[in-house]
Design a protein around this ligand. Structure first.
Ligand code: NAD
Ligand code: DAU
Length: 331
C-alpha cells in the first residue's frame, strides 16, 4: 500500500504520518505539502527514506498533484488553510487551498481511479446552543466563517464527485484536535506557550464558548479505520466526548502548570465566534469499531504541556510573529 498524504507536514497530517509509520510497517508514505507558515518538515524528522518521501508542492498545481496521485494507491487529503482568525482577516488563501485545491485533488483521483479520504471538520455544521443535540452525519451544513464555508464547499465537491463520477471517496468531520506539534496560533498551544513565556492566557470574549476536544492521535486512528473499513461514499463524524468551555480548558492548563487557576485575562472576541461544537460519533464507533484512546482530557493535556516544555526550539521561531499578529487584532 502506497499512500499520498496531502498536508502531511502540518499538525494532524504529520501525526497521521507518524501513526501510520508505526501501525502499518508495510505501507509506504508519500507526503505532499507546500510548507505554508503552518507546515514544518521537522514534524517528520526521523522517518526512514525507505518507507517515506516528501514532495514540496501545492495541491492547486494540477501537474504536481496529478503526478503524485498517479503514483499512489490511496490519497488522504489533509492540506488546507485551517485557522479561523486568519480566514476572517484574509479569506483568499482559504478559497484557493480549500476549494480549488480540493477540486484539483478530486480531478486527479477521478483521472487515475484512486481511493480518496477527505479530511473535514465539525465546523461545517455551524454552531449549537448549550442544550442542542450534538452534530451527526445528517446535520444540515450551516458554516459561519470563511474557513468553515470553504471546508463545507470542499465537502460538497467531494460529495458531487462521488455521485457524478463514482469517485471512490469517504469524508470525515472531526472535532477540535489537541496534542504535540500544533501551531502556537491555536488555542491550547497559545495558552501553554504564553505561560511558558511569563504572560497570562487569553480568553476570547467571556470564555464560555464550548469546543469538543480530541487528541490528534485518536483522530489519526479514526481516519485509518475509515480508510481500511469505511464504506465508499459515506461520511463519518469523529469525536471523543470532550466538551469543555474555553475557560475550563484555560483553568486546567494553569492548574497543570502549577499556576493560580484565575490567572488569565479576557481579550477581544473573534467576529462571528461560534458558540458550541459537539460530535455524536456513534456511527464510526458502532459500524467500524473505532474508539478513542485518550479518554481523560487532563492526561492528554498534561502530555501536551510536557511536549511544549521540552520542545521550545520547535515553537519559539513561530511565537513572536504569531503574537505580533494577535496584538494587531487586540487579542
Ligand atoms: P495545519 O494548519 O497545522 O496544517 C495544514 C498543512 O497543510 C500545512 O502543512 C500546510 O503547509 C499544508 N497546506 C496548506 N495549503 C496547502 C496547499 N495549497 N498545498 C499543499 N499543502 C498545503 O492544519 P491541521 O490543524 O493539521 O488540519 C489538517 C486538516 O484537518 C485540515 O483539513 C483541517 O481542516 C482538518 N481539521 C482540523 C481540525 C483541528 O482541530 N485542527 C479539526 C478537524 C479537521
Ligand atoms: O472544530 C474543529 C476546528 O477546530 C478545526 O476545523 C480548525 O482547523 C481548528 O483551528 C479549530 O477551530 P477553532 O476556531 O475552534 O480553534 P482555535 O484553536 O482557533 O480556538 C478554539 C477556541 O478558543 C475558540 O472558541 C476560540 C478560543 N480562543 C482561541 C485563541 C487562539 C481563545 O479564547 N483564545 C485564544 O487565544
Amino acid at each position: 500500500m502506497k499512500i499520498l498524504v496531502t498536508g502531511g507536514a502540518g499538525f494532524i497530517g504529520s501525526n497521521f504520518v507518524r501513526f501510520i509509520y508505526n501501525e502499518r510497517p508495510d505501507w509506504y508514505i508519500n507526503v505532499l505539502d507546500s510548507l505554508t507558515y503552518a507546515g514544518n518538515t521537522k514534524n517528520l524528522d526521523g522517518l526512514e527514506p525507505s518507507r517515506y518521501s516528501f514532495i514540496k508542492g501545492d495541491i492547486c498545481d494540477e501537474a504536481t498533484i496529478d503526478a503524485a496521485v498517479a503514483d499512489c494507491d490511496a490519497v488522504v487529503h489533509f492540506a488546507a488553510e485551517t485557522h479561523v482568525d486568519n480566514s476572517v482577516h484574509n479569506p483568499r488563501p482559504f478559497v484557493d487551498s480549500n476549494i480549488v485545491g480540493t477540486f484539483q485533488v478530486l480531478e486527479a483521483v477521478r483521472k487515475h481511479n484512486k481511493r480518496l479520504h477527505h479530511i473535514s471538520t465539525d465546523e461545517v455544521y455551524g454552531d449549537l446552543e448549550p442544550g442542542d443535540s450534538k452534530f451527526n452525519e445528517k446535520t444540515p451544513y450551516n458554516p459561519s466563517s470563511p474557513y468553515s464555508a470553504t471546508k463545507a464547499g470542499s465537502d460538497h465537491l467531494v460529495q458531487a464527485w462521488i455521485r457524478s463520477f463514482e469517485v471512490q471517496a469517504t469524508i470525515s468531520n472531526c472535532s477540535n484536535n489537541y496534542g504535540p506539534y500544533q501551531h502556537v496560533e491555536k488555542f491550547i498551544p497559545r495558552q501553554i506557550t504564553e505561560i511558558l513565556e511569563g504572560r497570562k492566557p487569553k480568553l476570547y470574549g467571556n470564555g464560555q464558548n464550548i469546543r469538543d476536544w480530541i487528541h490528534a492521535e485518536d483522530h489519526s486512528s479514526g481516519v485509518l479505520a475509515i480508510l481500511e473499513k469505511g464504506k465508499v461514499g459515506e461520511t463519518y463524524l469523529i469525536g471523543a466526548n470532550g466538551e469543555k468551555t474555553n475557560q475550563e480548558v484555560v483553568e486546567s492548563i494553569l492548574g497543570l502548570m502549577g499556576k493560580n487557576k484565575a490567572d488569565y485575562e479576557h481579550v477581544n472576541d473573534r467576529p462571528g465566534h461560534d458558540l458550541r461544537y459537539a460530535i455524536d460519533s456513534t456511527k464510526i464507533r458502532t459500524e467500524l469499531g473505532w474508539q478513542p484512546r485518550y479518554t481523560d482530557f487532563k492526561d492528554g493535556l498534561a502530555q501536551t504541556i510536557d511536549w511544549y516544555k521540552q520542545n521550545e526550539a520547535w515553537w519559539k521561531p513561530q511565537k513572536t510573529q504569531t503574537e505580533a499578529k494577535y496584538k494587531e487584532l487586540g487579542r
